[in-house]
Design a protein around this ligand. Structure first.
Ligand code: GCU
Length: 402
């Protein structure tokens, strides 16, 4: 179900060597050709139009049907991690049509949360909450963890520098993505899909797994805004790789997330699909068709026909701060395509009188750009989420959440 009249206004884009590389849709020209010149017109007309393009063509439509939700705090320790943390584990119970889904949220807050609500970074994890930190009180996941992601307590701790996050006064909220929806092709029989999807043929724009994970992030936020120790105005959504694509889609749909961070999200995430190096839509569809809606398959080897591109996903965050991070050896994700997306989301921020990424050329490795509302860095090294990446996100948050 594509919008009927799709008239693309294309902008010519230079690659970072200054050569003309490709043409991308103009975020500030509406589909029927009208220029968008005010923040009001962006909010009223163009933003909904772009959101609809991502629903119809890429991630699918998030169901709006009612569901039930209850919270159960099943673990609470105000002196966890040797007194450095408040630890809380919350079962979020979601229900619909007699079916239930349980999502276990792990929340670490700094001791300062005893006196005032603190800002929190929210992210899904690939391997279960117990892999985030060696703390023996963290519950194991109930569902299946895919073999390639399995690990023992603290196995993924390098991606979650809990003590460093708490020491800077931030909280960390995380849940296992498999609690929300499994990361394999299950015919959409389990997880959030089982709650909402009707049996039979799936429409072309039915939501995929990224859509389900993004929905789960919003349910986590539903809980967080009720927790008096969490500053509901300062909750960031972050994600690495496939979960970075998910964080962007969650942040685009749910404007309660006041900052959105994509770590090495690549194809279907921050990187422009047009002229993409490394992974293309074809690769994503061959390996992970269930992440996207069926309509997205129409753009395999036909990226130029997309009515939108990923810079417009970043633009949906405006005027909120958004951050994109790449890594030098992560050519599959395409650092240049991720950076160009930041550059071309810039005009929408400028419409709000704000600066975008503040550079036209890919910065050298380990030279973060933090001044504008679009943050960016190219870290030396591999596809990963590291302590260095976290330091940048916290610096950026400190600047923009002041
Ligand atoms: C694969 C996939 C990427 C994805 C990554 C990940 O490499 O092609 O699109 O980002 O897995 O999630 O680790």
């Amino acid at each position: 179900m594509m919008p009927k009249a799709v008239l693309l206004t294309l902008l010519s884009v230079l690659n970072t060597n200054g050569q003309e590389a490709t043409m991308i849709p103009d975020p500030l020209t509406a589909l029927e050709g009208r220029p968008v010149t005010t923040p009001e017109a962006w909010r009223k007309d163009r933003r909904p139009e772009i959101l609809e393009l991502f629903r119809a063509c890429e991630y699918g439509r998030t169901p709006r049907d009612p569901f039930t939700m209850t919270y159960e705090v099943f673990d609470e320790d105000p002196k966890a991690l040797g007194g450095k943390a408040i630890r809380r584990q919350v079962a979020i119970h979601l229900g619909r049509n007699g079916k239930n889904l349980r999502l276990d949220l792990l929340l670490f807050l700094p001791p300062s949360a005893e006196g005032k609500a603190v800002p929190v970074f929210t992210l899904l994890n690939f391997s279960g909450n117990h892999t985030v930190h060696a703390d023996p009180a963290i519950a194991f996941p109930r569902g299946l963890v895919p073999k390639q992601f399995q690990g023992g307590r603290g196995a993924k701790a390098s991606r979650f520098p809990v003590e460093a996050i708490l020491a800077r006064g931030y909280g960390l909220a995380t849940a296992f993505c498999g609690d929300i929806d499994p990361d394999f092709d299950d015919g959409f029989k389990n997880g959030a899909h089982a709650l909402f999807d009707s049996p039979g043929d799936r429409p072309d724009d039915a939501w995929g797994t990224i859509g389900a994970w993004a929905w789960g992030l919003s349910r986590i936020l539903d809980y967080l805004v009720t927790d008096p120790q969490v500053d509901a105005e300062r909750v960031a959504v972050l994600g690495h790789s496939r979960l970075g694509k998910t964080a962007l889609w969650a942040g685009a749909q749910d404007e309660r997330f006041s900052m959105v961070i994509s770590n090495n999200s690549g194809s279907g995430g921050a990187a422009l699909a047009r002229n993409k190096q490394g992974e293309r839509i074809k690769d994503g569809i061959e390996q992970f068709p269930y992440w996207y809606c069926a309509h997205y398959r129409n753009y395999v080897n036909r990226e130029d026909e997309l009515p939108m591109d990923q810079h417009m996903l970043l633009a949906l965050m405006a005027p909120r701060p958004v951050y994109v991070a790449s890594a030098t050896e992560d050519t599959w994700a395409d650092p240049e395509g991720e950076f160009l997306s930041c550059v071309h989301a810039g005009p929408v921020y400028r419409l709000f009188g704000l600066d975008g990424v503040g550079a036209a050329e890919l910065p050298p490795p380990d030279s973060p750009l933090h001044r504008g509302m679009i943050g960016y860095h190219l870290r030396t090294g591999k596809h990963d989420l590291t302590a260095y990446d976290w330091e940048q996100y916290m610096d950026f948050a400190e600047l923009h959440w002041r």
